[in-house]
Design a binder for this molecule. Sequence first.
Ligand SMILES: [Zn+2]
Ligand SMILES: [Zn+2]
Length: 264
Amino acid sequence: MTCDYHLHSEFSFDSSEKIEKICETAVQSGISEIALTDHAEFPLRETAPWPDFKRRKAVITACQEKYGAVLAIRSGIETGQPWRDPELEKELMEEKPDFVIASAHELDGFSDPRTYPYSRENTAAFIHAYLEQMTQMASVCDYDVLGHVTYLFRFIPEQLTAELPPEFFQDRYEALFHAVIARGKGIEVNCSGLRMASIGKTLPSAVLLKRYRQLGGEIVTVGSDGHSCRSAFSGLEIGYEVLREAGFSYACSFEERTPSFYKL
Ligand SMILES: [Zn+2]
Ligand SMILES: [Zn+2]
């Protein structure tokens, strides 16, 4: 089985890819299952509207009729900063997604991670704040897996990440993984880092995935985080390889928020 559990379609504010084309490309690429995880950022704002769930459902149903024999299509959501509005998060879950990724694209009290003025003096503290925020999110929010747990490192200048790689913060990651495992939730292997020359690795890498497994982590999904058919499904085989390297024999797919394990 090859599953892509992190994909964005035209129902995400930052993608214009048609679901129909994603399905067609998936079938051509030999993918057996996909989860459409369109963005729902908190707070809800005009510049990042949420998906029109009713319309998306109709498109997914039509595609299921067309491709259902060879491709399973799950309706998912990637929430961003869901801790900011628990009531709105609850309302969102009434859309009954099959699968929910919770991500921290922003931190409370700091400027945007993409434009933060990273320096030798402030970067470690910023990473600590990020991981604290993620751990808090992992403890209280509604999700199935946490998204790209090393997301912040995509934006830190290379000369700084050489000194402060994610693995340097292993004790903080352990606290995060404990919070995830205690709630019976999971994390994802996000393959977008493989497409970035400055990273060239999955988010997270095998070292942290191995630690997650040693601490009792079992639930993992693999996704490309593709926002178009050019990047959709890319890196999945490497993602599986990284999981095997970390000692995993199974990855997960989801239906109605319930994980199933498939062999790697
Ligand atoms: Zn994300
Ligand atoms: Zn995403």
